[in-house]
Design a protein around this ligand. Structure first.
Ligand code: FES
Length: 167
């Protein structure tokens, strides 16, 4: 009998055959031990659990693991390693884009997916220059990152870090 779902996480395929009510977030954290993804509200309101599924960002607390058969999930662990940080991770460090750090993995996954969305022109309400490059002003970036809350209020530094990588 085949498992309920085969889910690729950071390039490794796992079989899921557990409780159909298990969230993708709990599957990642509790079954796979990928605790970089955080559980804040568990109700789709804070964005701490943001991961990328097939390149799109979702709140993993609101999604059931069993729904992700054949999907490719990327978590913060898949974006870089302690000795090999991504450009976004480095920018968050150099600009103090966090205080307690709890929201940081979700912020970075969300920002990485946002940049992918922009590269694909989806959905676009940004202005383009003559070369067709997309330019987002601060307000547009804040709007696109508005699903990720930071209770420490590090928003200004988060914005600076994201803009550095986007430029
Ligand atoms: Fe998923 Fe808060 S833990 S949105």
């Amino acid at each position: 009998q085949s498992p309920a779902a085969r889910i690729a996480v950071n390039g490794v395929t796992y079989e899921f055959d557990g409780d159909v009510r298990r969230s993708l977030l709990d599957f990642l954290r509790r079954d796979l031990g990928l605790t970089g993804t955080k559980k804040g509200c568990d109700h789709g309101q804070c964005g701490a659990c943001t991961v990328m599924v097939n390149g799109r960002r979702i709140n993993s607390c609101l999604s059931l693991a069993v729904m992700h058969d054949g999907d490719e999930v990327t978590t913060i662990e898949g974006l870089g390693a302690a000795d090999n940080l991504s450009a976004l991770q480095k920018a968050f460090v150099s600009h103090d884009g966090f205080q307690c750090g709890y929201c940081t993995p979700g912020q970075i996954c969300s920002a990485a997916a946002m940049m992918e969305e922009i590269r694909e022109g989806w959905p676009s309400f940004a202005s383009e220059d003559v070369a067709g490059r997309v330019h987002l002003d601060d307000e547009e970036i804040r709007e696109r990152m508005s699903g990720n809350l930071c209770r420490c209020g590090a928003y200004a530094n988060i914005l600076t870090a994201i803009k550095e990588v986007m430029e």
